[in-house]
Design a protein around this ligand. Sequence first.
Ligand SMILES: *[C@@H]1O[C@H](CO)[C@@H](O)[C@H](O)[C@H]1NC(C)=O
Length: 211
Amino acid sequence: MTVELVVFMLILPYLSTITKSIRFNVESGVTKCIAEDLRINSMTVGEYSVVNPNEGQPLPEHHKIYAGVFAENEKRFHDARGVESGQFGFKVVEDGKHFACFATINHKPAVNTTVDLNWRSGVHTEGWSKVVKKGSLEAMELELKKLEVTTNWIHEEMLYLREREQQMLKQNMKTNSIMGWSSLLSLFLCLSVAGLQVWHLKSFFEKKKII
Ligand SMILES: *[C@@H]1O[C@H](CO)[C@@H](O)[C@H](O)[C@H]1NC(C)=O
């Protein structure tokens, strides 16, 4: 249950994010627009860059782009001129289609400029209350609390186990030393008994005048 919850929380931001990653051509003198339907209060972030046709060399002037991002009512959120790459990011203030438009200078003969665009839009925190009902948020909080308690409990358990392990280690060392001493003692006893026996036998045979 808790594992599922954690997984859910980890993937949720990705689920609520729509990513559009595309590569397209912009022909000289022709404006190319990419449309994206955006929700009010969501955050949107875009990155674009020109693919250099001759890698390692500076980008020719006629491959530099003009970029603009607009809402349907032509409100402009981004404006860049003669760039190789750029970024835009804004909070959507109106539901509806938004456009990222790209153009290059009217070069003759016409050439294609390849552009990479990565456009992400996600649910902003303000949108959360609409997406997640209050009840489920509270349930989530409760689960988190439970998780916290469990984590604490596991931590305590770990400490306890570690302490016990150390105690056992100490005990083991004690036992080991006792074992060592006792084996030494038994060896000593064996030797002395053997010595006594030898001494006893010797005196016995001496008495019998055998030796
Ligand atoms: C640019 O690319 C498009 C396809 O993306 C193609 O139709 C067009 O002919 C190309 N233009 C030039 C000048 O290469």
